[in-house]
Structures are given as structure tokens and as C-alpha cells.
Design a protein around this ligand. Structure first.
Ligand code: 8OZ
Length: 364
């Protein structure tokens, strides 16, 4: 790459991985899973095209059937899915890349039509989100959830453990536990959705307990240097808020430091949008409090990413939408080449159009 001076093109040692650059592909939900909710040959091609990213974080992938909240998202709980993901990880590795799988349970952000047996989605508490999802018929309000019983939580933790083991069997270099964007683990963390009166609700310590147990199980199963976590401390996405996020997320960092996971991946502001939604929140306290690597996300462009790395505000930068439309984003940044525009109409669902047909720069 020609742009040797840019901090984006300095290598980075992330656990056992040598990343050739600091450009991370953010997890992107594309709703194109095939039979058995397994990734298809098109997904193999899509990720292969993007293997020049320093690290790919593959799309949110449900750990078990009731973890699904949107149409045609992939899973990592069946052998068919593990086999199909192997083709993806093989393609990325053959192209010289690294790839992490994001482990997902949507909790209350789901609809009965996507749930096993048409049952209510599970959540920390029976509090319905004012949010929508999309199902076979189009956009719909999410369903009323039921509260998980305390005695169902050990199985949930085991299902995360199993998913982490499956991800490694499928050839992923690491997993990212999705504890952001208003999904299940975030619903336990933030008091806007957690009204529990057992050991998993109420105090900050109690609300962080499930994330701690899930991270501990994954770290034990595949090693802490193969487990990252995504957080969105102030994002109002999916109708989730917390009354006092600073001490909550500083406690999350303390708990994580006790487990020494690979990285935290932090959505700074409102998911996919306003970085200034909570101007008083101190992301630096998370960045500097956490002992592992820090991946920053939300509205970064090349110049802003370089400034953040230079200032020590982040180790790696995750780019989402630019990677949808630019399979060769790393090369374009290195050459300061123009970017393709994204077509929002082909983001979710469909086939090759808007997925594998965005052009790379001509060689030369
Ligand atoms: C967009 C559409 C559906 C899901 C997230 C997994 O926000 C998602 C997601 C994004 O983390």
C-alpha cells in the first residue's frame, strides 16, 4: 500500500493475529442466509471480496433458534451452519484475511413469526420495545416478550459457550459477543429494559452479571485472546436507554479486565448516526480503563480514523456502510480513491445485487 505514513496502515498485533492494517469491517446484517439459516455461496464471495480488511467482523449470528429477530439471519447452532461458515472462513483465510464471528441473541427485538413454535421472544423482563423488525410480510412492531426465569439463564450461558466452540470449529479466528444495540445482553445491562428482582437485575453489579457469565464461559471455552465484545453505552437504538450509563459501563470494563478478553468494540453515540447523542459520556474512560484493544465505531471516515488512532483514542477503527459498497475499501483509502455510493434499497435481503456486485477499483 502506498500510504505508508497513515496510521491506518500500521500493523497491529491482536491476540495471535497480525493485522496488516487498522481498518476493520464492522458486523453488517444483510439478511441473505439460505437453507437452514446457513450462509450461502454468495456470502463466501462477499466476505472473500472484503478480505483485505485488517479484520472482518462477520454479521450478527444467532447462537440458538430463539435468538433470531429478523428474517434470514444466519445461525451458528447447527452442523449445517458450521459447515457453511467453514467455506466463508476458508475463503477469507486463503485471501490472507482474518475473520471474527459476532454471537447474537436479540432478546425482545423479535417477532413471534420468527420464534420456535410461534412463542413470545425472551427478555430480561416482560417489557415490550417500541421498535420494529422485519419479517416475511415486511416491517412489523416487535412482539411482547416474556421474562426469562432465573433457572433458564445457565442454559443461555451454555448456549453462548457452545456457539463460541462452534465458531472456532467453523474456522473463525475469534468471536465477538454482541452486547450492544438493544439486544439481549444489552437489555440485561441497561435499566430501560431490565426490571428484574433476582441476582440479574437492580444494582449495576447484578445487571452486568449475565454478560460476565457469558464472557467467562466463552473465554474458558476458546481462550480469552479469542473473545471480543461489542458495547453501545449510549445508543438509543431499539428503544433502549440507561438512567446512568457512565458507572454502568465503567463497571463493565472492570469486570472485563478480570477476564482479559481480546478487545472491546464500542459504538460511540447513536448506532449508525449521531455521535453527539450523549455529550457528557466519557468514552475515553472505557478506552483507557480497558486493558485490551479498543475498536472504535460510528461515523468514521479516513481522516477521522487517522486522527483517532494518532491521538491514542483507538487502536482499530470499524467501518460499516463504507464496506458495503466498497469491497476494496482498504485499497481505496490507501490511494485516496473515491468511494462507491451505497444503495440503501439492497441492504437487507435479496441476492447478489447490492451484495457482491459493487465494483473494486481497476488494477494498475
Ligand atoms: C440492522 C438491521 C438488523 C440488525 C445491530 C444486528 O444493530 C444489528 C442489526 C442492524 O447490531
Amino acid at each position: 500500500m502506498s500510504d505508508v505514513k497513515s496510521p491506518l496502515f500500521q500493523g497491529f498485533e491482536l491476540g495471535a493475529m497480525h493485522l496488516p492494517n487498522r481498518v476493520v469491517m464492522a458486523p453488517l446484517t444483510r439478511n441473505r442466509a439460505g437453507k437452514g439459516l446457513a450462509p450461502t455461496e454468495l456470502a463466501v464471495e462477499y466476505y472473500r471480496q472484503r478480505a483485505s480488511a485488517g479484520l472482518i467482523i462477520a454479521e450478527a449470528t444467532q447462537i440458538r433458534p430463539d435468538g433470531q429477530g429478523y428474517l434470514d439471519t444466519p445461525g451458528i447452532h447447527s452442523e449445517e451452519q458450521v459447515e457453511a461458515w467453514k467455506a466463508v472462513t476458508d475463503a477469507v483465510h486463503a485471501a490472507g484475511g482474518h475473520i471474527v464471528l459476532q454471537l447474537w441473541h436479540v432478546g425482545r427485538i423479535s417477532h413471534v413469526s420468527l420464534q420456535p413454535g410461534g412463542q413470545a421472544p425472551v427478555a430480561p423482563s416482560a417489557v415490550r420495545a417500541k421498535a420494529q423488525t422485519f419479517v416475511a410480510e415486511g416491517m412489523v412492531d416487535v412482539s411482547e416478550p416474556r421474562a426469562l426465569e432465573s433457572n433458564e439463564l445457565p442454559q443461555l450461558v451454555e448456549d453462548y459457550r457452545k456457539a463460541a466452540a462452534n465458531a472456532v470449529r467453523a474456522g473463525f479466528d475469534a468471536v465477538e459477543v454482541h452486547a450492544a444495540n438493544g439486544y439481549l445482553l444489552d437489555q440485561f445491562l441497561r435499566d430501560g429494559a431490565n426490571r428484574r428482582t433476582d441476582a440479574y437485575g437492580g444494582s449495576i453489579e447484578n445487571r452486568v452479571r449475565l454478560l460476565n457469565e457469558v464472557m467467562e464461559a466463552c473465554c474458558e471455552e476458546i481462550g480469552p485472546d479469542r473473545v471480543g465484545v461489542r458495547l453501545s453505552p449510549v445508543s438509543p437504538f431499539n428503544d433502549l436507554v440507561d438512567s446512568d450509563p457512565q458507572p454502568l459501563f465503567e463497571h463493565v470494563i472492570d469486570v472485563l479486565n478480570g477476564l482479559s478478553p481480546l478487545y472491546i468494540h464500542v459504538i460511540e453515540g447513536a448506532t449508525g448516526g449521531d455521535r453527539g447523542v450523549a455529550p457528557d459520556f466519557d468514552f475515553g474512560a472505557l478506552r483507557h480503563g480497558f486493558k485490551g484493544a479498543y475498536i472504535a465505531n460510528n461515523g468514521y471516515d479516513k481522516a477521522f480514523a487517522e486522527a483517532a488512532i494518532e491521538a491514542g483514542d483507538a487502536d482499530l477503527i470499524a467501518f460499516g456502510r463504507p464496506f458495503v459498497a466498497n469491497p476494496d475499501l482498504v485499497r481505496r483509502y490507501a490511494l485516496d480513491a473515491p468511494l462507491n455510493d451505497l444503495n440503501p434499497a439492497t441492504l437487507y435481503g435479496g441476492g447478489a445485487e447490492g451484495y457482491t456486485d459493487y465494483p473494486a477499483l481497476q488494477e494498475g
